[in-house]
Design a protein around this ligand. Structure first.
Ligand code: UD1
Ligand code: CA
Length: 450
């Protein structure tokens, strides 16, 4: 069965008080819309149509960055959820199969739940995703009889008796494409909100003697985001779930509630993560790694057995081979640190490659930026870079080579060579003692005058 996703993302999100369209606000550092797209991607859809309105250009850019084949259709006026889905009619004209409608501001729906919905389509014409709400509040209510949903009534239009129902509408629907657009064409806006309600397709389907059923999921999956407070709460829910998943996979989190994860963080078993570690997007950490407290990682890959931190920063393009060591107050950006190499203290290594087992002394800096362009530094295997070496890129240091501490290296250093580039030391006998005497006498005079 072919699947088309229609993702509703045209709403303004007034209560976010933001210039950014609501669906682009991030949860776990990834826009909400992409959470929905990624859940839907598990159905291997043939078509993905995003219905955009407010901030459509930005929404389109984010959606197409994620999936080149995603199509954007415009809903210039937000006249209701049925009207929104109707905007996908033309884009799906040549499509035959099932449409699954998702909401861009409902990021937590699980791929398995979507699979249940599609599976239930085998026996029913229309499948609605419902949930039992602890506090049904303003959600639409599912009016059921046996395994059939007879209709969905919006809170605003519901009688007191209907408001007692706690089986609520998530908004997600699965239906044959042809039938869906036929049913939508029959919908009017004669209701309390004056909107075209997608939910009305249920009553129309039942009137035709078609079968409509509800698949239910946990309420946490249908969590919607309408305000910054709800955004923060949703991020909290995501973090709790992601931490629990990592613990179950065999990752040690010493203080789980202090580790902040991104939606796509991947961590291998027997890795140990100390308190207060932050993962930005695009991080993969293999097994048996130790990440010590207060480290910050994004866009990087850490191989087995590496030790990072405390207080380390791995920026995009940091690629650490097995057993690499990155110590405190070290920043690595767009650099390969080969197996067993060590950068243990107070260093910046950017646009560089560091050979296997090389040792980078404290305070070493790759001077990669000349104010206009970036340049690369290459350090060979088993090289020893003395403390406080400035490597003025483009520059290379050969295998088994050394730099003397405090050197400013501007020319390439060949294999096995040692480079010294600093002013020569001169010792002046007795000079320190004399200088101390002069200074102490000066201080004594000044103290007396006061
Ligand atoms: C909708 C459902 C309600 C359900 C609730 C779950 C309808 C009529 N009601 O209500 O039964 O319990 O969701 O959260 O469907 N959107 C557009 N264009 C529009 C209108 C909406 O793109 O013209 C998008 C919004 O951006 C949002 C989603 O559709 O992502 C839901 O719209 P919203 O107005 O929040 O619907 P609710 O009133 O919450
Ligand atoms: Ca809503």
């Amino acid at each position: 069965m072919s699947i088309a996703l229609v993702i509703l993302a045209a709403g303004k999100g007034t209560r976010m008080e933001s210039d950014l369209p609501k669906v682009l606000h991030p949860i776990a550092q990834v826009p909400m819309l992409l959470h929905a797209m990624r859940a839907g991607a598990a159905l291997d859809p043939q078509e993905v149509v995003i219905v955009a309105g407010h901030g459509a250009e930005q929404v389109a850019r984010v959606a197409q960055d994620e999936s080149e084949t995603a199509r954007i259709v415009m809903q210039t006026e937000q006249l209701g959820t049925a009207h929104a889905v109707d905007q996908a009619r033309e884009a799906l004209a040549g499509f035959s199969g099932d449409v699954v409608v998702l909401y861009g501001d409902t990021p937590f729906v699980q791929p398995e739940t979507l699979a249940h919905m599609v599976a239930a389509r085998a026996k029913h014409d229309l499948v609605i995703l419902g949930f039992h709400a602890a506090e049904p509040g303003r959600y639409g209510r599912l009016v059921t009889e046996g395994d059939q949903v007879q209709r969905i009534v919006e809170f605003k239009d519901a009688t007191d008796e209907e408001r007692q129902i706690n089986l609520c509408n998530s908004g997600l629907v699965a239906c044959d494409a042809g039938l869906l657009f036929e049913l939508i064409a029959e919908i009017d806006n004669d209701n309390a909100a004056g909107e075209y309600y997608l939910t009305d397709i249920v009553a129309h389907a039942r009137k035709r003697g078609l079968s409509a059923t509800a698949v239910t999921c946990d309420e946490s999956e249908t969590l919607g985001v309408n305000s910054r407070a709800e955004l923060a709460a949703a991020d909290g829910v995501f973090q709790a779930r992601a931490r629990a998943d990592l613990l179950a996979l065999g990752v040690t989190l010493m203080a789980p509630e202090t580790v902040y994860l991104a939606q796509d963080t991947v961590i291998g078993r027997d890795t140990v993560i100390e308190p207060n570690v932050v993962f930005g997007p695009g991080v993969t950490v293999e097994s048996g790694v130790t990440i010590r407290a207060f480290s910050h990682l994004e866009g990087c890959h850490v191989s087995r057995g590496a030790v990072i931190g405390p207080y380390a920063r791995l920026r995009p393009g940091a690629e650490l081979a097995e057993g690499a060591r990155i110590g405190n107050f070290v920043e690595i950006k767009n650099a390969v640190i080969d197996a067993g190499a060590k950068v243990n203290h107070l260093s910046y290594v950017g646009d560089a490659s560091v050979g296997a087992r090389a040792n980078i002394g404290a305070g070493t800096i790759t001077c990669n930026y000349d104010g206009v362009m970036k340049h690369r530094t290459t350090i060979g295997a088993d090289a020893f870079i003395g403390s406080n070496t400035m490597l003025v890129a483009p520059v290379s240091v050969g295998d088994h080579a050394m730099t003397a501490s405090g050197s400013v290296i501007t020319r390439n250093v060949e294999d096995d060579a040692m480079a010294i580039s600093r002013s020569k030391q001169e010792n002046k006998p007795d000079r320190a003692r004399k200088l101390f005497e002069i200074l102490r006498a000066k201080k004594a005079r000044r103290d007396k005058e006061r």
